[in-house]
Design a protein around this ligand. Structure first.
Ligand code: SF4
Length: 364
């Protein structure tokens, strides 16, 4: 299995997952192309650029620099400021907590070693702040490691996930889209931490602590966010992902996305990987622009609700032909044809009745 995925990747180093990539994966669980590419650790951003469909994706370098500076500020002096925020937000009477950085394992940065080290440290007792634990989660039948960018805080045997984000909370309000993205990413960490500890759901609280800058300053403010709903969605979506072995079995032998190939060959190699484009891909997957171009003229490209309403009618041309014709259709398309023809009649009627604007003559 590892060999097949390495061959698909072109024997390059695999790209690591993070909470954002796993959260995005669950937004389109029916896409076999993404499941295979992510399981193989293909660098989708580099691939999209090579084949001529770069996606303006991810954070700007300015946002990354600002985010790193804010995170460093919150974690300074062994997370002293963070501990103050945790005391206030979780209502703790706690004078101090030990700080453990799990990023450095004596210079050995292999994922297996770091994960084992994290597991060993996290399963010990005492109030502690753990920085950069390396977690693991099964995605499409493959174990993937999560790039750590969080702090796990243990108190009375229960862990809290702490997410530090650089978007601002202004007058107690933050951008709802950014909060929703942070909540689903935190849910990924909660799930992975629960699986690492193996002590049941009570071991990690579903209340995560989100730390952001307040108003227009760099002063951090913490808020408790309940991610129970996101955990249910995530668990459900991850369990629906088709096992990657089954998807690999459908591919032609020897298929590779070796970046050394000419761009046209690389684009052609993506063909056998079945995609399921939806407009949401543009904001959640690096290959969004390529897959949109590829699916031009397909009803799928118009979104999930259109795809469901036009079940069985695969192209826009076919939908228009059915809407404007009265030829018989197969029984399985009868209901769709009725809806399309009725919509076409209403639309034509509305166009005929459209009141044309009256052009007033200038007043002499
Ligand atoms: S952009 Fe393409 S590969 Fe990515 S999720 Fe959408 S259909 Fe799948």
């Amino acid at each position: 299995m590892d060999q097949r995925l390495a061959q698909l990747r072109g024997n390059t180093a695999p790209k690591r997952h993070n909470a954002r990539t796993i959260a995005a994966l669950t937004t389109n669980p029916g896409c076999a192309r993404r499941a295979i590419l992510d399981s193989a650790g293909v660098d989708k951003d580099a691939l999209a650029r090579t084949i001529g469909f770069p996606a303006p994706f991810g954070q700007s370098s300015f946002a990354i620099t600002r985010g790193n500076a804010f995170e460093a500020q919150v974690k300074a002096d062994g997370c002293a400021e963070l501990l103050r925020l945790l005391r206030e937000t979780l209502g703790l009477d706690l004078a101090e907590a030990a700080y453990t950085n799990l990023e450095d394992v004596g210079g050995d940065d292999s994922q297996e070693i770091r994960h084992a080290y994290s597991a060993q440290k996290l399963t010990r007792g005492a109030e502690t702040l753990f920085d950069h634990p390396l977690l693991r989660l099964a995605v499409a039948g493959q174990n993937v490691y999560l790039e750590p960018d969080l702090v796990a805080f243990q108190h009375d045997g229960v862990f809290h996930v702490v997410e530090i984000k650089s978007f601002a909370v202004i007058d107690g309000q933050a951008d709802p889209g950014k909060v929703a993205a942070a909540a689903i990413q935190s849910a990924v960490y909660v799930l992975a931490l629960r699986r690492l500890l193996g002590r049941g759901d009570d071991a990690v609280s579903p209340d995560v602590v989100l730390v952001c800058p307040e108003n227009f300053s760099n002063r951090p403010v913490a808020t408790k966010v309940d991610v129970r709903k996101q955990l249910i969605i995530l668990d459900h979506q991850l369990s629906r992902l088709t096992r990657v072995e089954a998807l690999l079995d459908l591919l032609p032998p020897g298929l590779t996305l070796d970046p050394a190939q000419p761009p046209a060959d690389l684009a052609a190699a993506l063909g056998p990987l079945e995609a399921r484009y939806a407009p949401g891909c543009l904001s959640s997957c690096e290959l969004g622009f390529f897959c949109r171009e590829e699916s031009a003229g397909c009803t799928d490209a118009l979104g999930t609700s259109v795809r469901e309403q036009l079940g069985g009618v695969e192209t826009v041309a076919e939908a228009l032909r059915i809407a404007h014709g009265d030829h018989p259709v197969p029984p399985e398309e009868a209901e769709t044809a009725e809806v399309l023809r009725s919509s076409a009649r209403i639309y034509d009627d509305a166009l005929r009745r459209t009141v044309r604007p009256v052009v007033l003559a200038p007043v002499p």
